[in-house]
Write a protein that binds this ligand. Structure first.
Ligand code: R5P
Length: 317
């Protein structure tokens, strides 16, 4: 795709398969680096090829094990900085610690800002992120951030279902996701409804009322940025079922799938769950109705555009 020996994609150990696919779309192989752990658990990094003057794209979602992956990213950034790379872009298909993004009670951190500072201090000159938990996290960085959406990939899946417009209801699992749901509805058509979700803890949510269009006899498609413990989407699916939906689909960018997620999803009235490969889904989490779609082409296109100083937002027009 490109003939340029300046751009190079490297990967930490968080999602090597995705990074390899990105490099492949760019007509290249991954940059060589040796990553291991010292006997005491500290991370050892060595970049095994010359990167002086190169445009480096380092792929590392900060998914579980979050602290390990984050630390590895920081140490790799430091290695590229000290090896005189011309520019380093931290490619974050998933940005962990994003949910602590404001001080809403006393004596709590703003971890999303702290991580932004850490990345910059370690050596990132730019960030390429995918479906940040909140778009305003971009403002925590004093370096350029390109923010991608997996929506084209997820919408393509929904279109492949050939749901008649009159049957489709885009369902927002909470009020925080209304904007996202409206974005999907604009592209897909259909009606819109919202679940009234109250969160009682990090792992427990309560859903009761449905606001908006009726779901009686309809196909509900729930969109969320992530499935973490799956309380949000499973709760929304139950509300949809109780309100007469005849089929329910769930589409989310990030399959964090931690805690009770798999048990909850297994027992839920959901026809199909779709996530992307922003985070690897290990075999023990691959439910029969779980589909993983790749965002590698999207990320590769964005990397190419950043490298050649072309518009990234054009990807979503
Ligand atoms: C809520 O603010 C988010 O958009 C997600 O709905 C939430 O983080 C998912 O978490 P869980 O799967 O644990 O309900």
């Amino acid at each position: 795709m490109y003939e340029n020996n300046r751009l190079k994609v490297f990967s930490g150990r968080a999602n090597i398969a995705l990074a390899e696919k990105i490099a492949h779309h760019l007509g290249d192989s991954l940059g060589r680096a040796t990553l291991s752990n010292f006997p005491d658990g500290e991370i050892s990094v060595r970049i095994d090829e010359d990167v002086r003057g190169r445009d480096i794209f380092l792929v590392q979602p900060t998914c579980p094990p979050v602290n390990e992956n984050l630390m590895e990213l920081l140490i790799m950034l430091d290695s590229f900085k000290r090896a005189s790379a011309a520019r380093i872009t931290a490619v974050l298909p998933y940005y962990g610690y994003a949910r602590q993004d404001r001080k809403d009670v006393g004596r709590v951190p703003i971890s999303a800002k702290l991580v932004a500072d850490l990345l910059t201090t370690a050596g990132a000159n730019r960030v390429l992120a995918l479906d940040l938990h909140a778009a305003q996290i971009q403002g925590f960085f004093n370096i350029p951030v390109d923010h991608l959406y997996a929506s084209p990939v997820l919408n393509e899946f929904v279109r492949s279902l050939n749901i008649p417009q009159s049957d489709l209801v885009v369902l927002s699992p909470d009020e925080g996701s209304i904007k996202k749901a409206l974005m999907h509805q604009k592209k897909l058509g259909g009606a819109i409804a919202i679940v009234d979700k109250r969160r009682s803890s990090a792992t427990e949510t309560k859903q009761a009322n449905l606001i908006g269009s009726s779901l009686e006899g309809k196909v509900a498609v729930i969109f969320d940025d992530m499935i973490s413990t799956a309380g949000s989407v499973v709760g929304a699916a139950h509300v949809a079922k109780r309100n007469g939906a005849r089929e329910i689909y769930v589409c989310a960018t990030h399959g964090v799938l931690c805690g009770q997620a798999i048990e909850r999803l297994r027992d839920a009235p959901i026809r199909q769950i779709v996530v992307t490969d922003s985070i690897p889904v290990p075999p023990n989490k691959q439910l029969a109705n779980l589909m993983v779609l790749s965002v590698s082409r999207l990320l590769a296109d964005a990397i190419e555009r950043i490298h050649y100083d072309r518009s990234v937002s054009e990807l979503f027009e």
